[in-house]
Design a protein around this ligand. Structure first.
Ligand code: HSE
Length: 298
């Protein structure tokens, strides 16, 4: 009665789709072991060396997600979860989302799968709320459902999986600075100009159309964020030069991954994606900042 689960890192926003678009990477990902216990309650252990986490379930993102799930089912089942995180907190590739997704997914499997995967997203979102003050779904939905997911609406929650054309690779660079989602949400303006909104929803729709048509040029043109990136990029040292290096190395487009500091690009071949990742890393180290890179098919 125990399971070992992998939950992938995710890239949220995907340039213009703030809070409504995200996709899963192959790696890195968090690992958890979850098992049913004979007594009610959630017990959490953490084997991760680089990150501590609160172990009280009501203070732990995965614990909160699991509590919400069990409450919905009216279940008194107890669980013990052991975390081995591989995704660094504050990296911008869905660290808290992966843990929450893994916990609810694992419990749902052990209980005989009473709910479908997409119905688990609402509970994993409670973990995001605890982590960042906002129950956004653009990391947890792709972490649970895989691939590329659109959050068409939050109320009611309406999730749409988007097909991805062959030969689309993501390169992600994680400059080794920590940026909390809560902080990088606080700097955002609450009101935007209509003229910016027009550009933004043009790009959002363009990206979706490009993915459906397998039109790589259109995908590239649509990876443009005129609302969030200009503000958040100020929190990422060397962002503009890293982006320029990525585009020069052949990326279709480049923007901030989630709330940063990670930066993602899309490319049409694995070789280009590797070249792009290395070009970004080189530029990052010229700013005196260490980084980790990941290349993954989407
Ligand atoms: N959409 C969220 C944000 C993602 O940009 O704040 C956080 O990973």
């Amino acid at each position: 009665d125990s399971l070992h689960i992998f939950a992938p890192a995710t890239v949220a926003n995907v340039a213009a789709g703030f809070d409504i678009l995200g996709f899963a990477l192959n790696a890195p990902g968090d690992e958890i072991t979850i098992r049913k216990t004979d007594t009610p309650g959630i017990t959490i252990h953490n084997k991760t060396e680089f990150a501590s986490m609160p172990l009280a379930p009501e203070k732990n993102t995965a614990g909160v997600a699991l509590q919400a799930y069990l409450q919905h089912l009216g279940s008194e089942q107890g669980f013990e979860i052991t975390f081995l995180k591989k995704i660094k907190p504050g990296s911008g590739i869905g660290s808290s989302a992966a843990s929450s997704a893994a916990a609810v997914f694992g419990a749902n499997e052990l209980l005989g799968r009473p709910l479908e995967r997409k119905d688990l997203v609402q509970f994993a979102m409670q973990g995001e709320k605890l982590a960042s003050g906002s129950a956004h779904a653009d990391n947890v939905a792709p972490a649970l459902m895989g691939g590329f997911v659109l959050v068409r609406s939050y109320n009611p929650l309406d999730l749409v999986t988007i097909p991805v054309p062959e030969n689309l690779y993501a390169s992600v660079i994680h400059p080794q600075i920590e940026l909390k989602t809560e902080d990088s949400r606080r700097v955002l303006r609450k009101q935007i100009l209509l003229k910016d909104a027009v550009v933004q929803w043009g790009n959002t729709a363009g990206l979706i159309a490009g993915l459906f048509k397998g039109d790589y040029e259109l995908i590239g043109r649509s990876l443009q964020d005129v609302i969030i990136e200009p503000i958040r990029s100020l929190l990422i040292p060397g962002f503009e030069s890293i982006k320029t290096a990525a585009l020069q190395a052949g990326a279709l487009g480049c923007s901030i991954s989630g709330s940063g500091p990670s930066i993602f690009t899309l490319s049409t071949s694995e070789a280009t994606a590797q070249t792009v990742a290395k070009a970004m890393q080189q530029m990052c180290s010229q700013q005196g900042i260490e980084s980790e890179i990941h290349v993954s098919p989407i």
